[in-house]
Design a protein around this ligand. Structure first.
Ligand code: KG4
Ligand code: ZN
Length: 350
């Protein structure tokens, strides 16, 4: 079957086409139009501006995705669109476009939860039969930090999550404190990786909730610790060595907590697979340390991380999740007029 995926939950207008035969997925096109330059001068994503850009770009992006895939609208068997969570004005452009195209092109429509899409990004390039259940997914994005247990496809049990800021949000806020601009995560990561290892400033940050008995996280205090440390001597902000030491200590603190809690959760729930998901999965330090910790601590567990291209928001992950949702539907005819009842949704359905 041929599936068109559409994603507009934040600041990327994305469309992708995949072909699936006997569970074998072929990627035909993956188009992402990023709005980073537009939002950079505001220090973050402005929802109404994002919606305006999506509106301008959505049809050309979908048109290019179809053209690159060499497919006509009449060949589409399914449209999958992100229907939440995200910025409501941005989501509405994607869902309204998808509903209209579903009606015009007589293609059934399925709504995909954005985080579910990020989890399924791991199925894009991995041999899917190597990803065995139960799965423990560490979700690290701009809006979410969760440990999600999946006993089978499309079944999600959240066993731990952040009690305040998401990890991507903390990266972005620390970048703002350090004057590194938007988007903050990649900027902090780049400087952290350039740190030469000399503790000139003796910066030590807390590892919040590292030892707590549950699998929850907290990153707001860590961000505040960065703020207080820099306020003590604002002149340090002009020193590149200080900035890179701070970025490195922050990234290490975040990674220490995420990796330790994931391993502890795995020791309790015995997953066969650990998956990393969400935009922060692009962080090389986190990817490397998680893979190493799984190898060293969990003999019978495999670890997968998404290809870097599919770590950040994209529509291929939405199309793949759409395939599994469609496959799981008992009554496929119920999708006949699905464009009439697609709503925006917020949480992972259990
Ligand atoms: O998943 P995503 O693209 O959007 C949401 O669904 O929220 O994640 C975006 C987040 C941003 O907070 C961004 O700063 C962070 O992912 N991010 C990173 C890196 N690349 C992106 N954080 C740390 N290291 C990176 N290399
Ligand atoms: Zn995302």
């Amino acid at each position: 079957m041929i599936i068109l995926g559409i994603e507009t939950s934040c600041d990327e207008t994305a469309a992708a086409v995949i072909s699936v035969e006997n569970d074998q997925v072929r990627l035909l096109s993956n188009i992402v139009s990023s709005q980073i330059a537009l939002h950079a001068s505001y220090g973050g994503v402005v929802p109404n501006l994002a919606a305006r850009e999506h509106l301008k770009n959505i049809l050309p992006v979908i048109g290019t995705a179809l053209e690159k895939a060499g497919k006509k609208p009449s060949e589409l068997d399914l449209i999958a669109v992100t229907n939440g969570p995200g910025l409501i004005p941005a989501l509405l452009i994607g869902t309204t476009t998808a509903k209209t195209l579903s009606y015009l092109w007589h293609a059934p429509l399925i709504g995909i939860q954005h985080i579910e899409g990020h989890i399924y990004a791991n199925f894009i390039s991995a041999k899917t039969d190597e990803i065995k259940f139960p799965i423990l997914a560490l979700v690290v994005s701009g809006g979410h930090t969760q440990l999600v247990l999946m006993k089978k496809h499309l079944h999600y049990e959240i066993i731990g999550e952040t009690v305040d800021d998401a990890v991507g949000e903390a990266f972005d806020k620390v970048a703002r404190i350090l004057g590194l601009g938007y988007p903050g995560g990649p900027a902090v990561a780049k400087l952290a990786d350039s740190y030469l290892g000399e503790k000139k400033f003796k910066i030590t940050l807390p590892r919040p909730m590292l030892k707590s008995a549950n699998f929850n996280f907290s990153f707001s205090g860590l961000k505040t610790a960065v703020l207080y440390a820099t306020k003590k001597d604002p002149k340090n902000l002009e020193n590149p060595d200080y900035i890179s030491e701070m970025c490195h200590e922050f990234q290490t603190a975040v990674t220490d907590v995420l990796v330790a809690k994931t391993i502890r959760a795995a020791k309790k729930h015995h997953p066969k697979t650990i998956l990393l998901a969400g935009g922060v999965s692009a962080n090389k330090n986190l990817r490397g340390k998680l893979e190493l910790a799984v190898k060293e601590n969990l003999k019978d567990t495999n670890c997968f991380v998404p290809e870097l291209t599919y770590s950040m928001d994209n529509a291929t992950m939405i199309a793949i999740a759409g395939y599994y949702r469609y496959k799981n539907l008992k009554n496929k005819k119920s999708l006949g007029k699905s464009w009439t009842n697609l709503e925006t949704s917020a949480s992972l359905k259990l």
